[in-house]
Design a binder for this molecule. Structure first.
Ligand code: SF4
Ligand code: SF4
Length: 189
């Protein structure tokens, strides 16, 4: 892509994006703004989808990773289906999330990346969401003192059996773990 600086981070990013179906079309962005106009959350993003591509061209991958943008993407795929250059922008957002978590480059004031990592850890362990475990991991990694403010709600939900104190693993968890390991191995290539 014209303008992306040759840092190892940019090279890693482009290598993965180019492996996506239609991934090489990222070089063909015409800056039409259809993605930004279609995106339901672009008004809350520091960089709109169109600006993300422009920022990447300007060698600002690091700034994009430190912005709130990728963590406000709801994966609705509007940008992808409407892009005239057939750029798989939603998958580009996933790649940016993967890169940010791997290299610990994400906005410090937001904790969406922490929540995302806590959620995938819980699902990898139990095969499903386990709310009490999720809350515990999220607050311990972001702000342990805030968990005190949630205790009343958690106790209420426990008493009404809305959540389990001891999470249960799904049957066949080994198969799920093999799938996750294969996907992770593939993603590292
Ligand atoms: S819709 Fe596609 S071509 Fe248009 S700005 Fe967005 S990514 Fe670029
Ligand atoms: S997939 Fe993400 S970036 Fe694309 S339109 Fe939906 S929310 Fe916006």
């Amino acid at each position: 892509m014209a303008g992306i600086k040759g840092s190892s981070l940019s090279e890693e990013f482009l290598e993965h994006v180019h492996q996506l179906p239609q991934g090489k079309s990222i070089d063909k962005c015409i800056q039409c703004g259809t993605c930004s106009g279609s995106c339901p959350t672009s008004s809350a993003m520091e960089y709109s989808p169109r600006e993300v591509i422009a920022a990447l061209r300007a060698g600002m991958l690091d700034r994009v990773l430190r912005s709130n943008t990728i963590w406000f993407c709801t994966s609705c795929y509007y940008c992808t289906v409407r892009c005239p250059a057939k750029i798989p922008f939603t998958d580009v957002m996933y790649e940016l999330k993967r890169l940010g978590i791997k290299h610990k480059i994400y906005p410090r004031k937001d904790t969406n990346a922490v929540m995302s990592k806590a959620f995938t850890d819980v699902v990898s362990k139990y095969g499903r969401n386990a709310e009490t475990e999720l809350v515990k991991k999220y607050y311990l990694r972001s702000n342990p003192f805030k968990v005190l403010g949630q205790l009343k709600l958690v106790m209420k939900m426990l008493s009404r059996h809305r959540v389990d104190f001891f999470p249960h693993r799904i049957s066949g968890i080994e198969n799920l773990r093999r799938m996750i390991a294969a996907a992770q191995e593939n993603g590292e290539r």
